[in-house]
Write a protein that binds this ligand. Structure first.
Ligand code: GTP
Ligand code: ZN
Length: 212
């Protein structure tokens, strides 16, 4: 990452995790303990390779700790024929894991910003959502993190992020309530200060699909 950008960023955007990772063997031993905790026999044929698979799956599902969201937003361009209105990407589907129970949060993020001269590649908005989703999360934190990194790095006139999600810790265990949807929103800049901009954003994320 550009050293000047890095200096400006809060520690939350650092490109490498602060965690002191255990060895692969230690991680596999932990999974084996959980298999026994579940009540099964980790030595039976079907479970022999499970610790290895689970540890591998964890590296994939939590790869967001090894990636820097700010870095994804570093490349911008200005040649957009004077376009200076809202850019909105809606229905960015994601899978995350709740930090309380480590079970899935499944949802959609809607991300918009009001450019101030420069825009960012559309795929980068998805990459930022993916990086934060691939860490342990609360929905509130994830919403704020996405909005704040776009605001801090791109410096647009405003950022709007709305997330709608189902929490498996609510559906599969505990209260066991199916189908409830949690919505969270973070607005910065013009979206925070001007309710009309918020309404325009909300209207844009509710419009029909282009594929009918
Ligand atoms: N605010 C917020 N809460 C969440 C999120 N994901 C899970 N939770 C909640 O976190 C809370 C944790 O509550 P605790 O009482 O500490 O844990 P618990 O005994 O497992 O709670 P129950 O789920 O009620 O059984 C629960 O109410 C969950 O529904 C999230 O993204 N945001
Ligand atoms: Zn949970």
């Amino acid at each position: 990452m550009d050293a000047a950008i890095k200096k400006m960023l809060p520690a939350a955007y650092m490109d490498k995790p602060v965690t002191d990772r255990p060895t692969q063997e230690e991680a596999e031993a932990a999974v084996l303990t959980l298999l026994r905790w579940a009540g099964d026999d980790p030595t039976r044929e079907g479970l022999i390779d499970t610790p290895r698979r689970v540890v591998k799956a964890y590296r994939e599902m939590f790869e967001g700790y090894d990636k820097c969201p700010a870095e994804e937003l570093g490349r911008t361009f200005e040649e957009v024929a004077g376009y200076d209105d809202m850019v909105v990407m809606r229905d960015i589907s994601f899978h995350s894991h709740c930090e309380h129970h480590m079970v899935p949060i499944i949802g959609k993020a809607h991300v918009g910003y009001l450019p101030d001269g420069k825009v960012v590649g559309l795929s980068k908005l998805i990459r930022v959502v993916e990086i934060f989703a691939h860490r342990l999360q609360t929905q509130e934190a994830m919403t704020a993190q996405i909005a704040n990194v776009i605001q801090d790095v791109l410096n647009p006139r405003g950022v709007a992020v709305v997330i709608e999600a189902n929490h498996m810790c609510i559906e599969m265990r505990g209260i066991r309530k199916q189908g409830s949807v949690t919505t969270t929103a973070t607005f910065t800049g013009a979206f925070r200060d001007n309710p009309e901009e918020q309404v325009r954003f909300m209207t844009m994320i509710k419009s029909g699909t282009i594929t009918g």
